[in-house]
Design a protein around this ligand. Structure first.
Ligand code: MG
Length: 375
């Protein structure tokens, strides 16, 4: 078994309705995928979380290290790639590049061995994964609270029992929006909020205090990801669990986040933090800190499949007889690439998505669609 080819693809799709979050607006979705093919034609797909054009250059730079290698020796390849990116790859897009390569190798390895990735990761603890709907972004509308309430009701109608909304527009506006969504969905649905690093410690502490009556499941990325001390202090000042990690990288990054007691929930992006290889290590580390692992997932079916396989192998901590289930993020915002680029198209039934059982990640890419949207 020998790796023969490493190819990168960057694809773009325009959005019908632009939306925004606390930092910027989206008018299109763009993704970088990597395809790794062995000498007999078997292939695996990986995906980058990060700037696609830069990631493509990084993967092209790393490709000679992989070509000729054995696709079953994933940790060996991962270590070589980590050594290559060196001190310039302690975080950021170079780590995203090796994440995508790693995911493609897991997909390929599964196909070569005739096993789903979940089995190779240690075995499924469940055949379907509980997901929460991510949506409830900001749009240009005269009545944002009303629009968010309608969207939240639509997720309940679709069977979701948990959802996450954006905040970060300012304390008064956030409070108004959360109030509208909570009133729309009632008390039995889990509701999480995500500020995408919009606030200072003082603002976040004040907002958390005001949000406490609304049964918030977690407050995600209240502060800048560099403000480790701020995260630690905020946790002492609110009863709402604090979540973060989509802007953290590698085991060493998560060691700092977890050992500093910054978060109650760790949210690495598998396509950014180091791939399935490193995120399995991060999940193990988190469990040793008694912190739950709920991956960030905001890409196509490749990224989501990687999340399904990994989360299917995890248990929440601490253990108890009536154990809640680990959660995976299920992005419901407009993304034609997520809906059309891969097969099968993932759908939640009663808030759960089945874990693919086909070899590898259990997905394939529609090459006609990919090439039609390629940059
Ligand atoms: Mg987030």
């Amino acid at each position: 078994m020998k790796i023969e080819r490493v190819e990168t693809f960057v694809a773009k799709a325009a959005l019908e309705t632009p939306f925004y979050f606390s930092q910027s607006a989206f008018t299109e979705r763009v993704v970088c995928l990597v395809k790794i093919t062995d000498k007999d034609g078997a292939y695996g797909w990986g995906e980058v979380y990060g700037p696609p054009a830069v990631a493509r250059a990084a993967i092209d730079w790393l490709a000679p290290l992989i070509i000729g290698g054995d696709p079953l020796q994933i940790e060996t390849i991962w270590s070589e790639l980590r050594k290559k990116i060196g001190v310039f790859g302690r975080s950021g897009v170079l780590v995203s590049a090796i994440s995508a390569i790693d995911i493609a190798l897991w997909d390929l390895r599964g196909k070569l061995l005739g096993q789903p990735v979940s089995a190779l990761l240690g075995g499924r603890r469940r055949d379907q994964v509980k997901v929460y709907a991510t949506g409830l972004y900001f749009t240009q509308t005269a009545d944002l609270p009303g629009a968010l309430a309608d969207e939240a009701r639509s997720y309940v109608a679709q069977g979701f029992s948990a959802m996450k909304m954006k905040i970060g527009l300012g304390i008064a506006s956030d409070l108004q929006n959360v109030r509208a969504v909570r009133a729309a969905i009632g008390d039995d649905i889990d509701l999480m909020v995500d500020a995408n690093c919009a606030y200072s410690l003082a603002e976040a502490a004040r907002l958390a205090q005001l949000l406490e009556p609304y049964q918030i499941g977690w407050f995600e990325e209240p502060l800048s990801p560099e403000d480790y001390e701020g995260y630690r202090e905020l946790r002492q000042r609110t009863t709402i669990p604090i979540a973060g990690g989509e802007n953290e990288f590698l085991l060493a990054g998560f060691r700092r986040l977890l050992a500093s007691r910054c978060v109650d929930i760790a949210q690495p992006d598998i396509c950014g933090a180091g791939g399935l290889t490193e995120c399995k290590r991060i999940a193990t580390l988190a469990s040793a800190f008694q912190i739950n692992f709920t991956p960030h997932s905001w890409g196509t079916g490749v990224a989501f499949a990687a999340g399904l396989h990994l989360v299917s192998t995890l248990d929440v901590v601490p253990g108890r007889m009536r154990l809640p289930e680990p959660l995976l993020e299920f992005d419901r915002s407009e993304n034609p690439l997520r809906d059309k680029l891969t097969r099968p198209r993932f759908a939640a039934v009663d808030g759960y998505v089945p874990v693919p059982t086909a070899p590898g990640l259990g997905i394939d890419v529609d090459m006609d669609y990919l090439l039609a949207h390629q940059l």
